[in-house]
Each structure stands twice: as structure tokens, then as C-alpha cells.
Design a protein around this ligand. Sequence first.
Ligand code: FAD
Length: 688
Amino acid sequence: MPTDLELARASGQLDIKAIHDLLLLPSRKLLRDKVQNTLEKEPLWDPTIRPHLNQAQSLLRSLRLCYRLLQLRKLHNWSQEEYREALSLSDDKLPTTLHEIAFINIIYSQGTNEQREQWLPRCQRLEFVGCYAQTELAHGSNVQGLLTTATYDYEDGRDEFIIDSGGIEGAKWWIGGAGVLANFALVQAILKVPRRGEGVESLGPHLFLVPIRSLTTHLPLPGVTVGDIGPKAYGGFAGMDNAYIKFDNVRIPRTNMLMRFAELARGGKYTKAKHDKISYGSMVAMRARMPENMGWVLGKAVTTAIRYCVIRRQFTSPGELGGNEIQVIYYASVKHRLFPLLAQSYAFIVCGRELQNRYTQMQEALVSRGDTSMLPEIHSLSIALKVATTNDAVKGMEVARRAMGGHGFSWMSGVGVWWANSTASQTYEGDNYVIAQQTARGLLKHLQRLHQAKAVGEKDYELPPSSGYLNLAARSFWLNPSVILSLLSSRAAYLLGQLALAISTSPQKSWTDHSFATFALCRAHAELYLASTFFSILSSRPDIPPPVYTLVLIYSLHTITSSLSDLLESETLTPSNARELRYVYDWILMEGLSVSDVVSLTDAFGFRDWEVGVLGGKEGRVYEQMWDEVQWREGKEGRGKREKVAEFEGGQRDIWERVREEARGVLGFWKEGGEVQNEGERKRAAKL
Ligand SMILES: Cc1cc2nc3c(=O)[nH]c(=O)nc-3n(C[C@H](O)[C@H](O)[C@H](O)COP(=O)(O)OP(=O)(O)OC[C@H]3O[C@@H](n4cnc5c(N)ncnc54)[C@H](O)[C@@H]3O)c2cc1C
């Protein structure tokens, strides 16, 4: 007998392929399929193992995965892109993830041509495995306040930096990939240059390549104290070895400072970078990737929840005793919670990709021509989108969990691991409340220039595209995109105006006294960008079925109805407008999409069953699967889980020894085919 999910799917006629192509470009799909076809055959890859493991066991598993991915890369001749896709498909960030997306990328973007040639080949074969070490025990957000110093020593013909933490408060902390694995750290440290007879000149934070573990023994090098910082909140990031690293007068050659933009010549002559935000390039790269990633992980949660709610039935209709119970997806309170999440995940994926395209253009201009003109806009926009999407996706995952009732709280909903890993995204790559201030500051500058230009009768000051709304004022009918965008524009403009007013009327307050207002402004700016980009992409794609257009409307109206207080306060809307808007929003949620539509829209993500929670399998045989999943503890088959989990059993002391051995194995991989390095490798070589 077909399941309710299959029945819903059968009654739909959407062109799922067209929608899927909108979410995942065909070229990327090809690449993802190739990698997934390989990965899903790997017993180690099975994501349902992970919730059963503790921190040390999870780390052991992820190190094994790192090793296995290197083997697969070699075996299947994966390109760099394919290998990175495999890393990104893991629910957990792996110990080698930051090496790929931060360490290598930063050397590429901030190293000179000679530095690239010197370092990158050895990084790419993982002879050098690196981490990004900025945060310290006592400092993170305030980069200028870092305590780690890099003091240039040019006495007696020397040409070196001395890297020093200056005490435990300056020890690097949270450093991903360095707990057991990395042998190099890219260290943010304050550059100090002694000037004869004039004291020491402090030149602010710069990046230095510092070896932390021996390339032969893998033991910490003299002057370096390094180790794992232990379990993290909610069991998140369990597969990542976040580290502390303390430096005591560690000497490195001068040429280990990344010098593409700022330079320190032999003898101490310093040349400043052309643009003060140029060293933020690497952060911008990481942030620009986050909105799309957030869309995919929210997509997994909402796919699981919608599919499960189509299967789940509770209560009969009044007066229908003995009849079929109602599928919970039909309850208004379920639709109101889940459909906006579906809309958000679409918006984050589609617009997030657009942001990455713009980042790539900016980066090309920067690296090839030293052209910094696009940097401020992309810097500001990537922050705004990082703030809004991490905030909403994390909130949304919890909403999806609750929409699944009791089973939502089981590991089988999948949400536990996704949420625990994602919630940290509101903190790393810059705490949302701290970085939102940078976008707000940029917007205030635009506003000021706009006023100045008007005051002296100049031609209009030209605003960057994402801030064009500052010129708008009109309003019209609720489902018309121009009305919607004008409301979102008015809201952002109002919040900006209020912030400017608050600053000018209370000069005694500090900038950070406004940090709640800057956060609200940053989100409003991002939400406008997301809605307008999504509308504009769809307007050029007549092949996309109408329900996707309904999703943009839901996304926009959800955003507007969640911020009615701003629109009422600014008198952009009257109370009766607000009532109408709520009515329209309710109508579109209840009538705008059929259950068959939303099932198709979740199918369009193209998730394989192992990517979503057990509750969200494509076939919809939820209860049989759940039953099978719990059998293994009693010694029964349990979908092969017993053997897979047993692989990681063992006491804590034993486990940590195995973790270290595995890390040595990953680092020795590049020599494969040559001398066998250690016990772990010998065993593995024997198995292959
Ligand atoms: C899972 C995870 C992985 C990480 N990986 C790495 C890594 O690989 N490498 C690395 O270098 N770092 C890493 N970090 C560190 C991370 O980047 C920092 O924790 C983050 O930037 C926040 O800085 P902080 O810890 O100093 O927070 P703090 O700045 O101390 O924040 C504490 C509180 O103060 C508030 N606050 C601080 N300043 C202001 C202000 N000016 N205005 C208003 N409010 C303010 C914040 O909003 C927050 O509520 C990681 C962190 C996590 C959680």
C-alpha cells in the first residue's frame, strides 16, 4: 500500500528537476552526485552512527574519515573541487576542513607569489596541515587587542620573528584542526618592530605561518604547548579537534609573514596595505559561504519535518469518529511553522550562491589588479547575510524539531546534530552582535554622504546596489513585489534613520550602547537583500514552477509580519494595513501551497535518505525504520549499526591514544607508496 507521502507525491505535477536545478546548479550536481555515489558505499560515512558516539569517539571517527577521504581522492582521482565537496557533505566539520577552506585559501589570497609556490604544493598534499589561529583565551572579537606578538629581530644579521603569547591569556583558543592534527598554524599576531633609539613600533595584527608540531615525530615543537580543549556545548563540533596553542618565544623566518598586501622588508622597512580591510578578505570568504550552507542544513531539517508531518496523524475531525485521523501537516499551526522555513531555506540557498558569485568577482579583481573597490560592499553584505541566515536557520531548526512532536527530540529526527553544530555559527566568524555593527557603520556612512551630497546640491550620491532602498518611499498592494520590497526598504531605512538620530541626539553614549539597534538594522538590510535577490532571480526564470514564487512571497510576508512593530512605529503601515497583511499572509500559508507542492519542494533539494533524519526518509516508512534502528542494542541486526558502533568502543585512555595514532596516519598519507610510517598505517596498509 502506498504511504501518505507517496500519495501526496503522486498527486503533484511540479517540474522538480527545474526547481532542483535552481537550487543546485547542474554542474555542481554532477560533481556532488559523483562524490555522493562513492561516499554512500562507505560504512564509515554512515551519519546515523555519529549520535551514538562521545567526543573522543566522534573525533576518532572523523580522523578516520579524513584518512579515508584522502584514499578516495587518490583512488577516484578526485579534483580539488570534488574533494572539497566531500568534506562539505559531512554533517560534522572534520579536522582537515579548516585546512582546506581557511589555511590554503588564506595563503593563496594573502601570500606573495613566492609564498604560494613555496607553501601550497606541500599543503595540498597534506604534508603541511594547517589551522587558523586568531582567537585567544582572553580575546576574540577585538582583534586589535590580541596579546600574541610577532617581534622582528634583525640584530646581528638575524632576520626572524619571535612569536610569543605573552602569558596564558594570549594562548590561542578554539583553534579548529589543531587539537591533535595540524602541524602548522596561521597565527594572527601583533607585528612589533624595534626602532633603534625610538622604542618598539606596533603595527597591528598580521598573519604568520608558524610550525607547531614536528614533521617527523608529530610532537609539539619547542616553545609550543598545544592540545584539545575538550567537549563543546550540546555535543556540537564533536568531530573537530578545537585547540589551545601557547607560544613561548618561537622563532620563525621573516618570510613566514604573509606579505601580499602589507610587507616588512629585511632590515624593518614596513609598507602598509592599500586598503585597511584588505586583510579581512579571508573572513569575507568564509562568511560569504555561510548563507548557502545555512540554507542546506535548514533544508534538511524542514524536509525531514514536512515528510514526517505528512505521515504523522493525530485526531479525527470533529463529528468523524472512527474515520481516518488527520495528517498533522494540515494543522494551521504546523503550516505556519514549517512553510516559512521552507521558504527561508530556498532564499538562503539561491541568494547565498549569488553572494558567492559577487565575492568571486571581488576576489579576482583584488588578486589580479589590486582593485579594492568592491571590498567594502561585499564585506558589509556578507556580514549582514551571515548574521541573518545563521540566526534564522538555527531558530528554524528548533521550530522544525518541535513541529515533529516527541520524535523530533530523538536523534532520529537528525536535528540534534545539525542544530548543535550550527548554533555555533552565530558565534564563529565573528559574534553576530559584534559584526552586525560593521554593516550598520557602513550604512550610516552612506546615509551621511547622501545627506551631504543633497546639502551642497551635488548630483545624487551613488549608493551601492544593496543600499539603493535608501532612496525609496512608496507603498502599494500586498502581493506585489514592488510593494513588498518597498515595505522592507522602508523598514531598513527607518531603522537606519532611528540609529542615526539616536547617535546624534545622545553623543554621551558610546557606539556599543547601540549594539542592539545595529543588530536589528543589519538583519533588516540582509532580509531586504534576500527578498529582492530572490524576486529578481525568479523574474528571469519563467521555467520555474509557480510554487517557488509562492515561497518568495511567504519568505517576504513572513519577514514583514515578524517586523510589524517597526512598520507601525514608523507609520509606514496603519493598524488596519497590518491586519490586512496578516490576513494575506495567513491566506497564502493556508491556501498558497498544497501538501503535494511542499512534498515536491522538499524533494527538489535532492537529499538522499542518509542526508536527512530517519524520520524524513523519502519513502515515508518512518515507523518501520525507527523500530529497526533501536534493535541493535539488544544484539539484533539493527541496520548493521552494532558492528559500526563497536568500531569506536574502548576506554577514554585507549581512545585518545587511538585518536593520536589516527592523526599521525592522516599526516603520513602523502608518503603513501613510500615508507610505512606508523602502527596505524601498517594495519591499514595490510587491510587494503
Ligand atoms: C565552534 C567554534 C569554532 C571556532 N573556531 C575558531 C578557529 O578555528 N580559529 C579561531 O581563531 N577562532 C575560532 N573560534 C572563535 C570565534 O571566532 C570567537 O569565539 C568569536 O569570534 C567570538 O569572539 P569571543 O569569543 O571573543 O566573544 P566575545 O567578544 O568575548 O563575546 C562575549 C559577549 O560579548 C558581546 N560583545 C563583545 N564585544 C561587543 C561589542 N563591541 N558590542 C556589543 N557586544 C559585544 C558578544 O555579543 C557576546 O555576547 C571558534 C569558536 C567556536 C564557538
